[in-house]
Design a binder for this molecule. Structure first.
Ligand SMILES: C[S@@+](CC[C@H](N)C(=O)[O-])C[C@H]1O[C@@H](n2cnc3c(N)ncnc32)[C@H](O)[C@@H]1O
Length: 252
């Protein structure tokens, strides 16, 4: 029987010419039709997060719609646009938005308490340059982001999906990276970080094989100064774990 997850994805108005060619895997490799990179985790939304949803959700959470996003309208200003995929509890996101007030940050996360936590930080820190999409980033990329609309992309500590049989759920694989590259402006950057070495190596390999992208470093990159050390990362470093940053730019 044919595996339904290997069927070709339907075309969409926001799809690019590059998208049409990314579904061709190397011999012997089957890319899934779409990546299911997350599981819906249980988790309690605290009273503070619920209040932040109520007070700030209408201004900062955008509805998901299968139509290209008008970012200038969504942010109420025109500024460089950075997409973040999977912000977790939003600690790094809020920090970066604070130290880069001249950029707009479009941030995707599916975990509801995480969205509440970032809204709470937005309120506490008076941030105005973040908009949240509580939706699968893969669908956001496919349906809401036009070609060459992004100045940057952040993917920090994506779920590593350690087990071999789950590796196909990793975000950083050739078809999605080709779509991301197509949505970057020439000169725009893609910054990934991970504490799982095999995934770090996969990032280097997959990004290195994408014709639209060029590495900014020889191999792994020094940690860019805007990316803070989060609580999670500090704990890992104390335990002797490594962290790898990978930064590529879209060729002109
Ligand atoms: C391991 S956590 C890392 C969170 C954060 N970036 C950090 O550094 O602490 C990965 C996060 O990505 C989110 N995620 C995974 N796949 C996603 C997708 N396709 N769209 C939106 N969020 C996603 C998960 O819900 C999870 O919160």
């Amino acid at each position: 029987m044919t595996d339904p997850t290997l069927a070709p994805a339907p075309a969409h108005p926001a799809a690019t010419a590059a998208d049409a060619t990314v579904g061709t895997p190397p011999a012997g490799v089957a890319y899934p039709k779409t990546i299911k990179s997350f599981v819906r985790r249980a988790g309690r939304t605290t009273t503070g997060q619920a209040k932040a949803f109520e007070d700030l959700g209408p201004r900062f959470v955008l509805p998901y719609t299968a139509a290209p996003l008008d970012a200038d309208a969504a942010f109420g200003r025109s500024a460089p646009l950075v997409l973040e995929i999977g912000f977790g509890m939003g600690e790094a996101t809020a920090h970066i938005a604070r130290v880069r007030p001249n950029d707009n940050f479009l941030c995707c996360e599916v975990h509801e308490p995480g969205v509440g936590a970032l809204l709470k930080r937005i309120g506490e820190q008076g941030l105005t340059n973040i908009r949240i999409l509580q939706h699968d980033a893969v669908e956001v990329i496919d349906h809401m982001l036009a070609p060459a609309c992004l100045d940057g992309i952040h993917i920090f500590f994506p779920d590593p999906w350690h087990k071999k049989k789950h590796n196909k759920r990793r975000l950083i694989q050739a078809p999605l990276v080709a779509k991301l590259a197509a949505r970057l402006k020439p000169g725009g950057y893609l910054h990934c970080a991970t504490d799982w070495q095999p995934y770090a190596e996969q990032m280097l390999q997959v990004l290195g094989a994408e014709p639209l992208l060029a590495n900014t470093a020889q191999g792994f990159a020094p940690q860019p100064e805007y990316r803070p050390l989060t609580k999670f990362e500090n704990r890992g470093l104390r335990l002797g774990h490594g962290v790898w940053d990978v930064v590529f730019v879209r060729r002109h």
